[in-house]
Design a protein around this ligand. Structure first.
Ligand code: PMP
Length: 392
């Protein structure tokens, strides 16, 4: 039976990681894999998380099963951060814990399918896992363009596809720090998107994987909140893996906003049944650590400061790249300062990307996506010079 399987191409980014590891040049630069790095190139455990883990170790007296919905305390502690002070919107928002943001996207798409969705609109380029998840659930992915040539978001393309949408359609929207482009909708664009969705049968699925890494914790959720304020129902996929630095602990949550609190039981029981069929229950440890951080005033403050530090560093990298715009012909850098999060797309061709790797030991995805967190005070000048060389 298994001989029927055909090889499937390995994940290109994982291959890049292996190639980077075997490069012996000391000044090599990794702009591939999507994790935050400090100015020393490290991806440390947050101090607030370490403290919470210590407490967990001291106080946790059982690792017995919780249930498919995971740690309710974690799910609820996150809600004011994502949704603001009226976090349940009068009993209309509830959620379940998931294995990372990936599990949350999977659960949101699968729940949409159970509710009768058969097409999902996706702005492209998008996170490379979005379309595979949609298709693996058995839905059709219909693409539209996420951004314009000038580096602005193409809200009109989204609004147009929403206008044409019908019952059975959903649209996947990045809440902030768009992966891979870094190009987010402006406040005015969010208003127009929220209005379009309010007058449409298209179900919004909002993916928030980088809250706090863009312009601010509240600011990064403002668009999502504008949409939720206007639409009857929506699904939200959330990841804590970047903003709490928990990547491999797989920490996320999937929330549903329903039109009437009476529908919540059905939404959550279906979410729990899908979770049960997919992974039974989510890993506990990281979510428990986040719950401890969010419920303790000192740890919460420490977390906010650590997150601020990350965001400030990312803004410094963006400003420094933008400031080098005049040093690199043919690759516009000025707009990077207005964009958000870990990623940016550089308009480089395959040959230029290969030369960056071979001649300069600069590793980036074949799409031209860079993780700007790989740039530091120690290597950013070298990177700019390398870019100028291949772009010339
Ligand atoms: N959505 C987007 C847009 C992402 O970029 C990512 C992670 N790269 C995820 C979801 C999944 O995050 P996690 O690692 O928590 O599964």
């Amino acid at each position: 039976m298994l001989e029927r399987l055909k090889d499937t191409p390995p994940d290109a980014l994982l291959a890049l990681i292996a190639q980077f590891a075997s490069d012996e040049r000391e000044d090599k630069i990794d702009l591939g894999v999507g994790v935050y790095r400090t100015d020393d190139g490290a991806t440390p455990v947050f101090g607030a998380i370490k403290a919470a883990e210590q407490r967990l170790w001291e106080e946790q007296d059982s690792k017995s099963y919780l249930g498919p919905e995971g740690d309710r305390g974690f799910v609820h502690a996150l809600m004011p951060i994502i949704f603001g002070s009226d976090a349940t919107m009068g009993g209309r928002i509830e959620g379940v814990q998931t294995p990372g943001g990936t599990g949350a996207v999977r659960l949101a798409v699968a729940l949409a399918e159970r509710a009768g969705v058969n097409r999902v609109f996706v702005g492209t380029p998008s996170w490379p896992n979005h379309i595979p998840i949609i298709e693996d659930v058995g839905l059709e992915a219909v693409t539209f363009s996420h951004s314009n040539e000038d580096g602005s978001a193409d809200a009109d393309a989204l609004i147009e596809i929403v206008r044409q949408g019908r019952e059975g359609d959903a649209v996947l929207i990045h809440a902030c720090c768009h992966n891979p482009s870094g190009i987010d909708y402006t406040d005015e664009q969010w208003d127009a998107i929220a209005d379009a969705l309010a007058n449409s049968p298209v179900l919004p699925i909002i993916d928030s994987a980088y809250q706090g890494l863009g312009t601010g914790l509240e600011e990064d959720s403002a668009g999502l909140r504008k949409v939720l304020a206007k639409v009857p129902d929506a699904l939200i996929a959330y990841s804590c893996d970047k903003n709490f630095g928990l990547y491999r602990d797989r920490v996320g949550a999937m929330y549903a906003k329903v039109a009437d609190p009476a529908q919540m039981g059905a939404a959550m029981s279906n979410a729990a049944a899908l979770a049960r069929a997919n992974w039974s229950m989510p890993p506990d440890h990281g979510g428990a650590a986040v719950r401890i951080v969010l419920r303790d005033e000192d740890l919460r403050q420490q977390w906010l400061e650590e997150l601020d530090g990350m965001r400030k560093r990312l803004r410094w990298v963006r400003a420094t790249l933008a400031g080098a715009d005049n040093k690199v012909d043919g690759v516009p850098l000025a707009h990077l300062e207005e964009q958000n999060g870990l990623f940016a797309m550089l308009p480089l061709n395959k040959d230029q990307i290969a030369r960056l790797r071979e001649d300069h030991a600069v590793y980036m995805a074949g799409s031209g996506r860079i993780n700007i967190a790989g740039l530091t005070k120690g290597n950013i000048d070298k990177f700019i010079a390398a870019l100028a060389d291949v772009a010339a």
